[in-house]
Design a protein around this ligand. Structure first.
Ligand code: C2E
Ligand code: MG
Ligand code: MG
Length: 392
C-alpha cells in the first residue's frame, strides 16, 4: 500500500502542533489531509464528507470533546477509518485507550508519543490495509453454511503458512497453517468470518480435515527439500470433543508418512465450556503418539493458568497483545517476561506471535524467548509463496 494515496484527518487542538503533523504527513507524500481542532469539528467534517478518511490521527487531550469521547463516537458510528492515537500522556494510558478503541471494533494502527516523529508516523501509516482486505471482510454479507460447505468440498479453503523462526539465529523452525477462503467472487476471505460459522454449523470437522491434509502435504514438500521444519495446525475445541479425533489425526499422519513430532496442534479456546473428558483424552493420546500441543493466545481470557495445569502442553504461544509494542510498556513487558519464564520453568517452547517491529524482537531476545512469528518476518503465505520465501 502506497501511503501517498491515503486520505488523512488530523484532529488536534493546538494549531502549531497540528501544523507540525500536517507538515510531516506532506513530507511523507500524503496530500489529502483534512484538519479539525476538536472532536466536534471532526465529527461534523466526517458527517459532511462523502467518504471517511482512510486514517484519522487523533490527539487525546483536547478541550471540548476529548479524544476518548471522539473515539467512542467513531465506534458507535462503525467508522471505517483506521486510527492513530497521538498523545504526550503516560504510555500505559495511551495503550488503554488503544484497547478501548479496538474493543469498539475500530481498526487502530498504533500509538505515537508526542512530540511526533516522522519515522514513527510513516511506520504506522505503512500498516494501513484497505478495509475490504481485513479479516471479517467488512461490509460484505456473511457467508451461509451451504456456501461454506460447498467451498470446503470444492477446495476453496486453502492453508496459508506463516513462518516461526528461532530467536537465537533467525533460522526457520516451522510454520503455522492459517485458513483462508479463496472465494470466487470476494477474493481472499480471512478466518474470522468462516471459522466461527464452521463451528456453529457443524462444518469444523470437515474444515479441520482439509487443513490437516494440506499441512501434511506441505510438510512432505519441506521434507523432500531436506528441511525438518514443523507445521502447526489450529484445532477448535469442538473438534476435540469427538472421541476419535486423536486417532483420526494419527491415521492421517501415518498415511502421509509424517512423523507426529513434526506436527504441533494449537488449541485456543477455554476449556470451561467444553465437554472435558473427550478433550483431555484426545490431547493425552495425541501427546502419547508424539504430536506437539500448543496453548495459543496465552494470556487472553481464553487461555489461562488453569489450562496449563490440566493439559500436557509442549508449547506456549504468548498472545500478540503482550508482544507488539511491549517495549516501554510496563504491564506488557512484565506479562511477556513472566510468560516466557513460565514456559521455561514448565519446559515448554516459548513462542511470541505478533512480532511486528525490530524493537518487539529485541525485547524477546533479551527475555530469551525461543521462537517468534509476525509481520516483521512474513505474513501468512500460500504454499508456493512460502516455499519461495524460504528459498526451498
Ligand atoms: P492464531 O492461531 O492466534 O493465529 C495468529 C493470527 O495472527 C493470524 O491471523 C495471523 O495472520 C496473525 N498475525 C501473525 N503475525 C502478526 C503480526 O505481526 N501482527 C498482527 N497484527 N497479526 C499477526 P489469522 O490468519 O487472521 O487467524 C486468526 C485466527 O483464526 C487464528 O489465530 C486462529 O485462532 C483462527 N484460525 C485460523 N486458521 C484456522 C484453522 O484452520 N482452524 C481453526 N480452528 N482456527 C483457525
Ligand atoms: Mg494459532
Ligand atoms: Mg494466537
Amino acid at each position: 500500500m502506497d501511503i501517498r494515496s491515503l486520505s488523512l484527518m488530523v484532529v488536534e487542538d493546538q494549531a502549531v502542533q497540528r501544523q507540525v503533523a500536517v507538515g510531516m504527513l506532506r513530507s511523507l507524500g500524503v496530500s489529502a489531509i483534512h484538519e479539525a481542532a476538536d472532536g466536534y469539528q471532526a465529527l461534523d467534517a466526517l458527517r459532511a464528507a462523502p467518504e471517511s478518511p482512510d486514517v484519522i490521527v487523533c490527539d487525546l487531550r483536547m478541550p471540548g470533546m476529548d479524544g476518548i469521547e471522539f473515539i467512542r463516537h467513531l465506534g458507535e458510528s462503525k467508522s471505517a477509518s483506521s486510527i492513530i492515537l497521538a498523545s504526550a500522556l503516560d504510555p500505559t494510558l495511551l495503550s488503554s485507550v488503544e484497547a478501548m478503541a479496538r474493543a469498539q471494533g475500530l481498526s487502530v494502527l498504533g500509538t505515537i508519543p508526542k512530540p511526533l516523529s516522522r519515522d514513527r508516523l510513516g511506520e504506522l501509516l505503512g500498516r494501513f490495509e484497505r478495509p475490504d482486505l481485513l479479516g471479517p471482510n467488512a461490509g460484505q454479507p456473511r457467508a451461509s453454511a451451504n456456501e461454506l460447505e460447498e467451498a470446503i468440498a470444492d477446495g476453496q479453503i486453502v492453508a496459508y503458512f506463516q513462518p516461526k523462526l528461532h530467536v537465537e539465529d533467525g533460522t526457520i523452525a516451522g510454520a503455522e497453517a492459517l485458513a483462508r477462503w479463496h472465494h470466487p467472487r470476494r477474493g481472499v476471505v480471512g478466518p474470522g468470518e468462516f471459522i466461527p460459522l464452521a463451528e456453529e454449523c457443524g462444518l469444523i470437522d470437515a474444515l479441520t480435515w482439509v487443513m490437516l491434509e494440506q499441512s501434511m502435504d506441505e510438510l512432505n514438500t519441506w521434507r523432500r527439500a531436506g528441511q525438518d521444519w514443523a507445521v502447526s495446525v489450529n484445532l477448535s475445541l469442538p473438534y476435540l470433543e469427538y472421541n476419535g479425533a486423536a486417532d483420526r489425526i494419527a491415521g492421517l499422519a501415518e498415511r502421509h508418512g509424517v512423523d507426529p513430532r513434526h506436527v504441533v496442534l494449537e488449541i485456543t479456546e477455554s476449556l470451561a465450556s467444553a465437554n472435558l473428558a473427550p478433550v483431555l483424552g484426545n490431547v493425552a493420546r495425541l501427546r502419547m503418539k508424539g504430536f506437539g500441543v500448543a496453548i495459543d493466545d496465552y494470556g487472553t481470557g481464553y487461555s489461562s493458568l488453569k489450562q496449563l495445569a490440566s493439559i500436557p502442553f509442549t508449547e506456549l504461544k504468548v498472545d500478540q497483545t503482550f508482544v507488539h509494542n511491549a517495549k516501554g510498556n510496563r504491564q506488557r513487558e512484565a506479562i511477556l517476561a513472566s510468560s516466557v519464564e513460565l514456559a521455561r520453568r514448565l519446559q515448554l517452547v516459548s513462542v511470541a506471535e505478533g512480532v511486528e517491529t525490530q524493537s518487539d524482537l529485541s525485547v524477546l531476545e533479551t527475555l530469551g524467548c525461543d521462537l517468534v512469528q509476525g509481520f516483521l518476518f512474513a505474513r501468512p503465505m500460500a504454499a508456493p509463496d512460502f516455499a519461495a520465501w524460504a528459498e526451498i
